[in-house]
Design a protein around this ligand. Structure first.
Ligand code: M6R
Length: 607
């Protein structure tokens, strides 16, 4: 949530900041701004709205200078308007701040600073930080930032410009992501790598409570006691093109089209001589025997991947699994101990609720294995074991390819655990591995067949409410299909277990109600057909997702989108793609901003 960027070097700062913000707009896009040190004064340009509006403003009256900070906002405190936009500047005009996170004790600090004569012009928590640093500034900006962050409670990634420092600026982080880009005669800060990738591949990944002093030639890192910290350079091994649209109209479509590749990248390198080898995961057969329970904890789409994870781990490894949304888990005093394994799933590796759930689990002694997409992210660094999903950068707010790779990782884990525990035999193990390796080809077929979904969407995009019903793994899939539709098309939608519908919700089905039914579980086809008949009898229009060989469904559903005849057990990795495409085309038909849906941001780094 919120993207921050900073530059110092010999080039004009404004275009570099704007360019960086463009790459971070997925993190928030209700307002944006820059602050640049222009002839000894901090000049701020900011406004409500998308980045194009800021660009127009900057082009009319461009601040000139080669040191600056920028911000793209997802509002938490105070509505999106010009005044609440970042950067915020202290009353003296000496300090400018951009911030991602939430200052939890801002009211207390505000009261104190107001009594000291500071005037507040915005409703944000961030403005407090600008005044607080100003209050503590007595000629040493690093010390002022350190003193301030030691008084702040909450989460932050900060970029701080000081009028007295024409050739340096400061940054700091806690619980919100921040990296430093190391250039040649220039240096950068950013919330995420794509913002600086055009200029450098060498980065420092900052740890909590680290403070950085950047000049054009040097980057010094300190801890919150002011002691120097030695950092390791992290080399980014992907290129700018993977974070660009590459000719696609939307990132979301590009990312769905990448699904075959990223599933292959996630699965194939982990199969060696017919065996699953899970990178550096050091969980032995002996460890597995001692595991009492597995908890899978995540948010949103990653949580839905976890629901599939529960089914498959329990089915294969026969270890009891609980799956929980991270924001609930961390506050419910969960019954976990050192006998339990917690599997954390996160694309960004920075989701604050998930990160705090991880910390809660470790505090209680559990071992934490995370499935993460972003290398070096907070969740990856704090976990005992990490299994990376190789989905590459995911820019569209709606997660697609990351989900397919999260499922792939969960299948690998389930198979590996089950085999090590002796709960499945070699033949079954090898058979499922072969099926997993074939998944990319099956997704390619689904993508090639997308016209039928586009046509259906063009006829039904005016639907007011859509139900997704499924049984077993198809129920887990329905949850994800429903979320995807809601978040990008703004159509109300609910996911129900097929058998549960008649316990209440079927009352909502009337003439013309759209019902989407994944029917990929062979053992549950008959039951689903009954459910389809029940809703059809009440006037529903049914779109089914079924295997090619399933001729029964064609007789009852209005339209059937087929997927290849994959094994029911691994069907979710293939069958989710038509649901993602359905959400995409519905949103497109409605004229929605597919990649940047309203009220959302890609990475949720505030509670
Ligand atoms: O980065 P994470 O996987 O931790 O993010 C979790 C959710 O915020 C995320 O999946 C969200 O639900 C997506 N917008 C769904 O498309």
């Amino acid at each position: 949530m919120c993207g921050i960027v900073g530059y110092i070097g010999s080039r004009d700062a404004a275009p570099i900041l704007l360019n960086g913000l463009k790459k971070l707009e997925y993190r928030g896009y209700d307002s944006a701004g820059v602050a640049i040190l222009d002839n000894g004064n901090i000049k701020v340009v900011k406004c409500k709205g998308r980045l194009e509006k800021l660009e127009e403003k900057v082009n009319c009256d461009a601040p000139v200078g080669n040191i600056g900070i920028g911000h793209t906002r997802w509002a938490t405190h105070g509505e999106p308007n010009d005044l609440n936009s970042h950067p915020h500047i202290s009353s003296s005009g000496k300090i400018a701040v951009v911030h991602n996170g939430i200052i939890e004790n801002y009211l207390e600090l505000k009261e104190f600073l107001a009594a000291e004569g500071y005037e507040f012009v915005s409703d944000t928590d961030t403005e407090v930080v600008a005044h607080l640093i100003d209050y503590h500034y007595h000629g040493d900006i690093v010390q002022a930032v350190i003193t301030s962050i030691n008084e702040i409670e909450g989460s932050y990634a900060l970029g701080v410009l000081c009028r007295d420092y024409p050739d340096k600026f400061v940054a700091a982080r806690k619980d919100s992501p921040l990296i430093v880009g190391l250039g040649n005669g220039e240096n950068f800060i950013a919330s995420d790598i794509p913002a600086i990738l055009e200029y450098t591949r060498d980065v420092y990944i900052l740890e909590d409570k680290e403070i950085v002093l950047l000049s054009d030639k040097e980057v010094k890192v300190f801890n919150n006691h002011g002691l120097a910290v030695q950092k390791k350079v992290f080399k980014v091994n992907w290129d700018v093109a993977s974070a660009e649209k590459a000719g696609y109209e939307h990132f979301m479509m590009k990312e769905m089209c990448e699904e075959p590749k990223v599933v292959r990248d996630t699965v194939n390198p982990r199969i060696k001589d017919g065996n699953i080898v899970l990178d550096n995961i050091r969980i032995t057969a002996e460890d597995l025997k001692n595991i009492r329970k597995i908890f899978i904890v995540a948010c949103g789409t990653a949580y839905h991947a976890g629901v599939v994870g529960k089914y498959i781990i329990e089915k294969l490894a026969r270890i009891p699994v609980e799956v929980d949304v991270a924001s609930e888990f961390r506050y419910r005093d969960p019954l976990i101990s050192d006998k339990d394994l917690v599997i954390i799933i996160s694309q960004s590796g920075e989701t604050i609720d998930t990160l705090f759930a991880l910390r809660e689990s470790k505090k209680k002694g559990a071992r934490v294995l995370s499935i993460v997409n972003v290398v070096g992210s907070s969740i990856a660094r704090e976990s005992d074991d990490v299994l990376y999903t190789w989905a590459g950068p995911e820019i569209a707010v709606a997660s697609t390819k990351a989900y397919n790779t999260q499922l792939s990782a969960l299948y690998l884990i389930a198979l590996d655990f089950a085999y090590k525990l002796g709960r499945i035999d070699r033949d079954y193990y090898s058979k499922v591995i072969e099926e997993l390796k074939a998944v990319p080809r099956e997704i390619e077929k689904v993508l090639a067949n997308r016209d039928i979904i586009q046509k259906f969407a063009s006829q039904h995009y005016n639907a007011k409410s859509i139900f997704f019903i499924g049984r077993g793994l198809d129920y887990a899939l329905s949850m994800e299909g429903s979320l995807k539709l809601k978040e990008i098309s703004y159509i109300h939608s609910e996911a129900y277990a097929g058998g549960e519908l008649k316990h209440g919700t079927i009352a909502l089905i009337e003439e013309g109600t759209l019902v989407v039914c994944p029917v990929t579980q062979d053992s549950l086809v008959e039951k689903m057909i009954s459910n389809i008949r029940e809703v059809k009898a009440r006037g529903a229009v049914v779109l089914a997702i079924a295997k090619e060989s399933n001729k029964q469904v064609c007789k009852v559903a209005d339209v059937v989108v087929t997927i290849p005849d994959v094994d029911s057990f691994i069907a979710p990795i293939v069958a989710v793609t038509p649901l993602q495409l359905f959400a995409y085309y519905m949103a497109l038909q409605k004229g929605c901003d597919v990649d940047k849906p309203r009220n959302l941001a890609k990475s949720v780094t505030v509670e």
